[in-house]
Write a protein of this length. Structure first.
Length: 324
């Protein structure tokens, strides 16, 4: 059995759990899987909607490893019990894999997977380090829209706002107000903290904005947008795969490295922190984004992220003897 260890976290919201449930759904056809997570209402509600075996509230350090062949960790930060589980698994001969988030610290797992940035050196002797955007673990719909031919408008009109689950209503309203005054059309991926009443209020105050409904993937929303506003996380990889130029926001310490690397790749621009957003600063930032430059950014993103990262990841699991 393959065990997934993931939690709802302030830095990443539900993203690690979403990724793990999707990977588990792919693997469970041939291999038993189970997700181990903390016991809270939002996590329980999300996992209850998935058709994946789960176990909530178990102390990671006390997990029974009998019958488990591998543990996949998808955590922004390791707690003391998670570090104990990692050490326990290694001593028991259980394969360990860590999916490293932006700003996250590499742990002594057998395999490190770090899609957002290229790692040039091994974290420690004997560790397998797999890095770079070709290993982005994206939903299969991103591969579809990666191959689809898209058009770039002369002027930016539609903006997709996908700033993650941690985004507060206050910050979102500030962004929407700024872009509304500049007469942009917006589609918004509602974060976990956004209540139904918040969405109703925003749609009443700012007619014309739209929220994404429940969907397996936001790939289409990226594809239909002229520009995406994303944090320094996996959303960068999603925008690149769809060929959508993006503005990168840094919300957590340690994310500047990832954002700077992608700005150097010419796939988007670094904006900074949300509190610096004003009408004038946003207008100035968009000034150099001509149609030609946005086409170049889109092409650069597609060249880096082809949407086949999951297939490469499954190949690694085979090479490690975790799956057949």
């Amino acid at each position: 059995m393959i065990a997934f260890r993931a939690d709802l976290a302030p830095q990443t919201g539900l993203r690690p759990l979403r990724r793990c449930t999707w990977l588990a759904a792919l693997l469970k056809k041939n291999t038993p899987v189970r997700i181990y997570s903390s016991k809270d209402k939002k996590t329980a509600k999300f996992l209850a909607e998935q058709n994946i075996p789960t176990q909530l509230g178990t102390d990671p350090g006390a997990m029974d490893l009998d019958g488990i062949t591998a543990v996949i960790f998808d955590l922004p930060h390791f707690s003391t019990p998670d570090s104990a589980l990692l050490e326990k698994a290694k001593k028991a001969g259980v394969k360990t894999i860590q999916i490293v988030c932006a700003g996250g610290e590499c742990q002594p797992a057998d395999v490190l997977l770090q899609p957002l940035i290229e790692v040039k050196t091994l974290a420690e002797a004997g560790q397998v380090v797999i890095s770079g955007p070709s290993y982005a673990l994206l939903h299969h719909k991103f591969r579809h829209f990666h191959k689809a031919k898209r058009k770039y408008r002369k002027n930016i009109k539609n903006i997709f706002i996908n700033l993650g689950d941690p985004l507060s209503y206050r910050d979102l309203r500030h962004i929407v107000d700024t872009l509304h005054r500049l007469r942009f059309k917006m589609k918004i991926a509602p974060g976990l903290s956004l209540k139904k009443a918040d969405k109703r209020n925003l749609m009443k105050i700012y007619p014309g904005i739209h929220f994404c409904g429940k969907s397996e993937s936001p790939a289409r929303a990226y594809f239909e947008a002229d520009l995406a506003l994303v944090p320094a996380g996996d959303e960068i990889l999603e925008a690149a795969a769809a060929g959508t130029p993006a503005l990168y926001f840094c919300q957590e310490p340690g994310q500047e490295v990832a954002v700077g690397a992608w700005a150097d790749h010419q796939t988007g621009l670094t904006f900074g922190k949300l509190e610096t957003l004003t009408i004038d600063s946003f207008r100035d930032l968009l000034a150099p984004l001509t149609q030609e430059r946005r086409e170049q950014m889109g092409a650069a993103g597609k060249e880096l992220v082809d949407g086949l990262g999951v297939q490469r990841f499954l190949k690694i699991l085979k090479e490690q003897g975790i799956i057949e």
